[in-house]
Design a protein around this ligand. Structure first.
Ligand SMILES: *Cc1c(COP(=O)(O)O)cnc(C)c1O
Length: 392
């Protein structure tokens, strides 16, 4: 039996070697500190869990949901968005749609807009779904390098006009996974101008919209005047509200973008469980104070990692957003893979190599702020004890 050739086109799984070494270490009884996964370790806020209990007891939630989300959910999402970003006037019927987590909606947007041979513009390094979804849709991707010297923003001027004219979709993600980079509104203004000029749908993955520190509030691309003409934005309850397992989010913006995605979704899934939509409505009502409390946990961990790495010689700028610290590997290591292998073998620490997110991630590694403070400190102590330091 032969699987479809599209599966052969998926790039090799770069974490396979790391996974193998991890399994060996666990078998040897090593006390592993896993800072590899961007999955919050804290529970979902109580008011969300309580709303779920009430919703699931109501038989009205048990049948098929409307495929684009309940009216109440789409209204709550649009209201949350207006309160958060100061941009309103959304039609919940045509400009907002529920998602079964952003990953689903991201993938299905490619199916809605990419024909075989079509071109997508995707960042590198990046969340791997943009690449694999292009492949599943039969398209081709053109990568936009995210470089430290450009604050991890793509250089739009460097995209050849012929490439820009051929492209159907431009994917962006700020605050950025894996680099922790952030985008000023002025950058989004240039993106909107670029998209209008080349007739491109901009897809902004704003999965970390609420995960910011030191008082920073990440913008929405839809705050740019005229962005509705060319952009859709993907918001998710997963990371901010410790709800990765619930699978709920929404997409908002350009009507053609939303209806294209909706058409794919009606033919593939049957919407998100209505009880989960009610729970998400409760998450949207979380107070700013409660959200800040949730974020303080990560801000403290970020401080521990940044100060710890600095004490070991790393010249590191504290990220103002996301769940990640993105750091260069010491020069004495040949590759990201060699460095993360040493961290695992000598310190029992698991972090992904930067090249797992694309070739421009080579030379970096990513630390996820998803283990408790004392484990983060322990990780720094182990590095110190193993004489793992940054050397320029
Ligand atoms: C985690 C993550 C997602 C997926 O979020 P879900 O809503 O849980 O599917 C999407 N994009 C980026 C960049 C992420 O890091």
């Amino acid at each position: 039996m032969k699987t479809a050739s599209r599966l052969d086109r998926i790039p090799p799984y770069l974490f396979a070697e790391i996974d193998r070494r991890r399994d060996e270490a666990v078998a040897r009884g090593v006390d592993i500190i896993n800072m590899g996964i961007g999955d919050p370790d804290k529970p979902t806020p109580e008011i969300v869990v309580e709303a779920m209990h009430r919703a699931i007891d109501d038989p009205a939630t048990h049948n098929y949901p409307p495929y684009k989300g309940t009216r109440a959910y789409r209204e709550a999402a649009a209201n949350w968005f207006e309160r958060r970003f100061g941009v309103g006037g959304w039609d919940p019927d045509t400009q907002v749609i529920s998602s079964i987590g952003s990953k689903e909606a991201i993938h299905n947007t490619f199916l809605a807009f990419v024909d075989p041979g079509d071109l997508t513009l995707i960042p590198d390094p990046a969340y791997p779904v943009y690449r694999t979804a292009t492949i599943f849709a039969g398209g081709e991707y053109y990568t936009l390098p995210l470089l430290a010297e450009n604050q991890f923003l793509p250089d739009l001027e460097a995209i050849p006009a012929a490439v820009a004219d051929r492209a159907k979709l431009l994917w962006l993600n700020y605050p950025n996974n894996p680099t922790g980079g952030i985008a000023p509104l002025e950058f989004f203004e240039r993106v909107v101008h670029f998209a209008k000029k080349h007739d491109i749908l901009v897809c902004h993955d704003n999965a970390y919209s609420e995960m910011a520190y030191d008082g920073y509030r990440p913008p929405s691309i839809l705050q740019v005047p005229g962005a509705k003409d060319v952009a859709i934005e993907f918001l998710s309850c997963s990371k901010a509200y410790n709800m990765t397992g619930w699978r709920i989010g929404f997409v908002i913006g350009n009507q053609t973008g939303i209806s294209g995605l909706g058409q794919v979704k009606t033919n593939i899934d049957s919407g998100a469980f209505k009880a989960i939509q009610q729970a998400a409505i409760a998450a949207f009502s979380l107070s700013d104070e409660r959200l800040e409390e949730l974020m303080t946990v990560y801000q403290n961990r970020r401080n521990i990692v940044v100060e710890g790495l600095r004490s070991l010689g790393w010249p590191i700028v504290a990220p103002r957003a996301t769940l990640y610290v993105w750091a260069a590997i010491p020069r004495s290591f040949d590759s990201s893979l060699a460095f993360v292998s040493a961290l695992l073998d000598k310190c029992g620490i698991i972090v992904p190599p930067g090249n797992g997110y694309g070739e421009h991630g080579e030379g970096f590694f990513r630390i996820a702020l998803t283990v408790p403070d004392e484990r983060m400190r322990e990780a720094i102590h182990r590095m110190e004890a193993a004489s793992i330091r940054y050397d320029a």
